[in-house]
Design a protein. Structure first.
Length: 612
């Protein structure tokens, strides 16, 4: 998730652009840059790291221009570096572009552009788009907006872009597909464009939001909005009534709630470009490079910490059931000190949001020393672990600001389903089964949306139970890890004691704690172990334990046993954790808010545990 800003008007663009970049720092970034139209052409500078690294370059650049674009990058393709930072340009340095999103078909576009003589300098998908626009702009009498339109008609994926050229110095062309773009109207002939209203609010509250498939040509005489097939669009001006602090969270009170609500889009981004439905295959670039070794591995060890470890536990059930490979899931902090029995026929999969967790990194290095094939499921592009694994798949969850992991976990589950498919289809998984899983994976964003719509109901449950001193979270098979994750979520943000258990384990001791003050969450979707979970619920009920059940839509029978029920849509068992986890996240969130906890930065915790 990158930050984009552009300015056109009467003032010097540079200070306005820099101030806008700083307002978007909260989105997370690894590099930044800007380009300004000067009398003698466009001047551009871009630097890896903090925005102050960019700031240091400016005093020597004499930037007086009144039209410019700028960008903070959250890397999706190509590790963070000066070269990979935006803006990008084509073969000539007279047309510059900043981009937020993922160009899915950039490999094919790149191949064609190279054939046509374009010299590609970086590994980014964005540079390919700059060359594509430049290609059309070179045609006789083509205006910038026409070249952008033609280029975008060849693009698959998501983008929010801003483009400038020294040949038309009083113009910025912007376009949106899947990544937000907002136009700020400061005065006649003075406009700001940004991916995020926080960069605009200091200058104006009068905005126009571009919709997907729309583009705008902004000049010092006004702006014109059209669709990609050049149909004019009437846009209304809206007034933003958020304060900046609210705008950073898109109006949500906390980053954690915003990130919980983003999960349908996160799953879309995780699976985008990675499903070959016809062939019932998962298309994971990094795994394809290692397909020879992956076809031969005879065991898998998954290594992670915290929430990522619980994702790995779900992956164990998936891979063993659908790929028939034995899987061992290890806490990284344990793995690194034990004598793991692994060798070159073992694949070690490390799962990590930050890509910097010290225990996970140490475990990865131990696995490499023993000759295992190391694979990463990582969110932060270019992070240490992302750079040290033999191959991997990025989560594409965007920056996760809340310390309690939610959307990154969701993305990890989606990618583990794709990894399962990749390995399964190399073995005995049939085409039909592969297609069935992909078909259901595509349905998950909509189904997650349905669970999110019960936010108010879950908030009511939080109000009913938030004074409880302890909770059990119970589940079986695919939902046993979700029981553990639900307990962790509640513990880490509300500070209430909670324990997750396989529900079959209750009678071996923990049930001694049950009384009418000790509520239990049961994950009880209608799956292969449903009846077993129901009988465990009966055991709790018989001891006056209160029960909150997560059940499949239409399951009325469960209401005779549970005190409260949250319903989720039906899905295939291996993907049910992507639905059952959502009520756990929302319940923990609302309990923490009721207890006035620091939801986004809970006490004692860090977002990335870079110490042992
Ligand atoms: C989860 O909500 C916690 N913040 C924590 O358990 C986290 O999952 C763990 O520290 C692993 O972090 P990583 O995914 O960045 O490696």
């Amino acid at each position: 998730m990158c930050g984009i800003i552009g300015y056109i008007g009467k003032k010097r663009a540079t200070p306005i652009l820099m101030e806008g970049l700083k307002k978007m720092e909260y989105r997370g970034y690894d590099s930044s840059g800007l380009a300004v139209i000067e009398r003698d052409g466009i001047k551009c500078t871009k630097k890896e790291g903090k925005i102050e690294n960019l700031e240091k370059e400016l005093p020597t650049m004499d930037l007086d221009g009144v039209v410019g674009i700028a960008h903070t990058r959250w890397a999706t393709h190509g590790e963070p570096s000066d070269e990979h930072a935006h803006p990008h340009w084509g073969c000539k340095k007279d047309l510059f572009l900043v981009h937020n999103g993922i160009i899915e078909n950039y490999p094919q576009l790149k191949e064609q552009l190279i054939k046509e003589g374009h010299k590609i300098k970086t590994k980014t998908d964005t540079e390919i788009l700059a060359h594509l626009i430049e290609k059309y702009y070179e045609d006789e009498d083509v205006k910038l907006e026409q070249a952008v339109q033609k280029a975008l008609q060849n693009v698959k994926g998501t983008y929010g872009i801003a483009v400038i050229t020294s040949d038309e110095p009083n113009k910025i062309v912007v376009a949106r597909m899947g990544s937000p773009l907002v136009l700020g109207i400061i005065s006649d002939g003075e406009y700001l464009i940004a991916s995020d209203v926080t960069a605009i609010l200091k200058h104006t509250r009068n905005v126009m939001y571009l919709e997907d498939g729309e583009m705008a040509t902004v000049t010092d005489e006004g702006m014109e909005v059209v669709t990609l097939d050049n149909k004019p669009v009437e846009k209304k001006t809206e007034k933003v009534d958020w304060e900046i602090a609210q705008a950073e969270k898109k109006g949500y009170p906390h980053f954690m709630l915003k990130e919980i609500m983003e999960q349908p889009e996160v799953v879309l981004n995780a699976i985008r470009g990675r499903m070959m439905e016809e062939e019932g295959l998962a298309h994971l670039g990094g795994f394809i490079e290692q397909k020879g070794r992956l076809a031969k591995i005879n065991s898998i060890t998954i290594v992670a910490c915290g929430t990522a470890y619980y994702a790995g536990m779900v992956g164990e059930y998936m891979i063993e059931e659908y790929a028939g490979i034995p899987v061992d899931v290890e806490y990284a902090s344990e793995f690194r000190y034990k004598k793991p029995v692994i060798d070159e026929n073992t694949a070690v999969i490390v799962i990590t949001q930050s890509g910097e967790t010290a225990d996970t990194l140490a475990a990865l290095r131990e696995a490499k020393r023993k000759g295992a094939l190391t694979l990463g499921i990582v969110n932060v592009v270019g992070s240490t672990i992302a750079r040290e694994v033999d191959a991997g798949a990025y989560s594409h969850a965007g920056p996760e600001i809340g310390v309690a992991s939610t959307k990154a976990f969701m993305s990890q589950l989606a990618i583990l389903a794709l990894v399962t498919m990749f390995l399964g289809r190399q073995r005995n998984m049939s085409l039909v089964m592969g297609q069935r899983i992909l078909e259901e994976l595509k349905e998950m964003p909509k189904k997650i949306e349905k669970v999110l719509k019960q936010n108010d109901e879950i908030k009511r449950l939080a109000k009913k139970y938030y004074k409880s001193p302890s909770f059990f979270f119970m589940g079986r098979k695919y939902n046993f890890p979700i029981a553990l994750e639900g307990a962790l979520k509640l513990k880490e943000i509300s500070y209430i004691h909670a324990e997750g258990y396989g529900s079959g384990e209750m009678k071996h001791g923990p049930i001694a704690l049950i009384d009418d003050k000790f509520p239990s969450f049961f994950l009880a979707p209608q799956d292969s172990v449903y009846e077993k979970v129901i009988s465990n619920m009966e055991e709790i009920k018989a001891r006056k334990g209160k029960i909150i059940a997560v059940a499949t839509q239409g399951d009325k029978a469960i209401e005779k046993i549970a005190d409260d029920v949250i319903y989720i849509p039906k899905t295939i068992e291996m993907l049910s954790p992507m639905l059952t986890v959502v009520p756990m996240q929302l319940f923990a969130y609302h309990v923490a808010v009721l207890l006035k906890r620091d939801v986004d930065q809970p006490r004692n915790l860090a977002k990335s545990v870079t110490v042992e």
